[in-house]
Design a protein around this ligand. Structure first.
Ligand SMILES: Nc1ncnc2c1ncn2[C@@H]1O[C@H](COP(=O)(O)OP(=O)(O)OP(=O)(O)O)[C@@H](O)[C@H]1O
Ligand SMILES: [Mg+2]
Length: 466
């Protein structure tokens, strides 16, 4: 059955990436120079030079669009910037290169199977750049004539349009009259009408009309009357992801599902049809596949079935670059009894480029704190900065970053705009970091509920319920 595959309309373009605020909002890119060398402190990222350079190299490969089925893994202790660098990668991708970010635990959902969730994530990360020829009517308006029916409910009319070489009269329907009125098109305007969608664009006012300049606003743009034919063919390019094509064409959903986010499972036959169609388009030169990036954070939370799916999916021709992050050392692979580095099976690790991230030096920490202060619009006194930096060494970077906004609240209470050492000290006493929390729990022996778990040495078994 030959099926008409739709690729969406301009409406899809309105689903733009959301601007993120929060833990990583200070990150604007990878901060690399033209030779892919990392600058010490640029675009919100500090230090961690090797990992940033590796990320940059991989991105370069993606941007050249030639690779499929590569995977990389950021491995390192907590708060060493794994997620941060992935966010930097997302920011440095081109406008129409898709980037999808999921946390591995999102795959476990009741509404769809694990493999369906992963498949959707994969297909979200692959763009299809589609070239379409549309027919345009382009020219200078000579006259618009509108006739109303007696009741005024329906309108008909005629539009006379010309180029330097020819002049044509078109019949107008109600809808077209509305569009022309909405755009406030007058005789003497140069306009373009997209024949398929009926969209009217005002290109400017004909220079021949510039004599009546006085009658117009200062922002009027003057353009030449177009030459040649009135009807022209023009090429337009739009990019949609494979997942969007899937959803638009899945009969039960329709493209509104894209806005609702509730896409449900999609039939494998439909995907097969779409893949074939996209392959045809590629052959005809109508479409180009743009492999994007799929970032799976906390990847050790996937289980053995997901890992074997990944192995296979990475080998498909329509595969994005898969970037993963894990802070585990030797850990149990979910769904098995075996331990493996980073909680990933060795056959998957074998397919992956591994990049390690390392704990930060004092200097880097200080700069990260400064960047976050700017981002959160908080000013620290120089002493407070030194204290916070050393706190971060003793606790964790995240804890220190969290104290910034707490410090501000305390500083405001004493009517100061600057966070000082004393505010940080107080915040430190109010909020425990992880080490003190463990210490406190030890002191509370027995008073909290459900304290006793498993046998020592089998902790990792207990965390997993499958
Ligand atoms: N090199 C860096 N430059 C600027 N900010 C950074 C850098 N590294 C980390 N940060 C910031 O520090 C915080 C913790 O880093 P991040 O969340 O990336 O750690 P992670 O390695 O993903 O840790 P986890 O394993 O716990 O997920 C974030 O707010 C992040 O934006
Ligand atoms: Mg992280």
């Amino acid at each position: 059955m030959a099926m008409q595959i739709q690729t969406g309309t301009s409406e899809l373009k309105d689903v733009t990436k959301m601007e993120r605020i929060g833990a990583h909002s200070h990150i604007r890119g990878l901060g690399l120079d033209d030779r892919l060398e990392p600058r010490q402190n640029s675009q919100g990222l500090v230090g961690q030079a090797k990992a940033r350079k590796a990320a940059g190299m991989i991105l370069k490969m993606v941007q050249e669009g030639k690779i499929a089925g590569r995977a990389m893994l950021f491995a390192g202790p907590p708060s060493t910037g794994k997620t941060a660098i992935a966010m930097g990668m997302a920011q440095s991708l081109g406008q129409d290169v898709p980037f999808t970010m999921i946390a591995a635990s999102e795959v476990f959902s009741l509404s769809m199977s694990k493999t369906e969730a992963l498949t959707q994530a994969f297909r979200r990360s692959i763009g299809v750049r589609i070239k379409e020829e549309t027919e345009l009517i382009e020219g200078q308006v000579v006259e618009i004539q509108i006739d109303r029916s007696l009741t005024g409910a329906t309108k008909t009319g005629k539009l006379t349009i010309k180029t330097t070489d020819m002049e044509t009269v078109y019949d107008l329907g109600t809808k077209m009259i509305e569009s022309l009125t909405k755009e406030k098109v007058l005789a003497g305007d140069v306009i373009a009408i997209d024949k398929t969608s009926g969209k009217v664009t005002k290109l400017g006012r004909s220079v021949a009309m510039s004599r009546d300049y006085d009658a117009m606003g200062a922002d009027t743009k003057f353009v030449q009357c177009p030459e040649g034919e009135i009807q022209k063919r023009k090429e337009v390019i739009h990019t949609v992801s494979l997942h969007e094509i899937d959803v638009i064409n899945s009969r039960t959903q329709g493209f509104l599902a894209l806005f609702a986010g509730d896409t449900g499972e999609i039939k494998p036959e439909l995907r097969a049809q779409i893949n074939t169609k996209v392959a045809d388009w590629r052959e005809e030169g109508k479409a180009e596949v743009v492999p994007g990036v799929l970032f799976i954070d906390e990847v050790h939370m996937l289980d053995i079935e997901c890992f074997s799916f990944l192995n296979r999916a990475l080998e498909s021709e329509l595969s994005p670059l898969v970037v993963m992050a894990s802070n585990r050392g030797m850990a149990r692979i979910r769904g098995t009894k075996y331990k493996s580095p980073h909680g990933l099976p060795v056959d998957l690790l074998d397919r992956v480029l591994i990049v390690s991230t390392k704990p930060y030096e004092e200097e880097d920490i200080q700069q990260i704190i400064q960047i976050r202060c700017q981002e959160e619009d908080v000013s620290l006194t120089p002493d407070a900065l030194t204290v916070l930096t050393s706190m971060s060494k003793q606790t964790t970077l995240r804890y220190a970053l969290n104290l910034i906004s707490c410090g501000r609240v305390l500083a405001r209470k004493r009517k100061s705009e600057n966070v000082d050492v004393e505010d940080l000290r107080r915040a430190y006493t109010y909020f425990m970091d992880e080490k003190r929390s463990v210490q406190w729990l030890k002191e509370q022996q027995g008073t909290l509920v459900f304290e006793e778990v498993g046998v020592e040495g089998r902790k990792d078994e207990v965390m997993d319920t499958d």
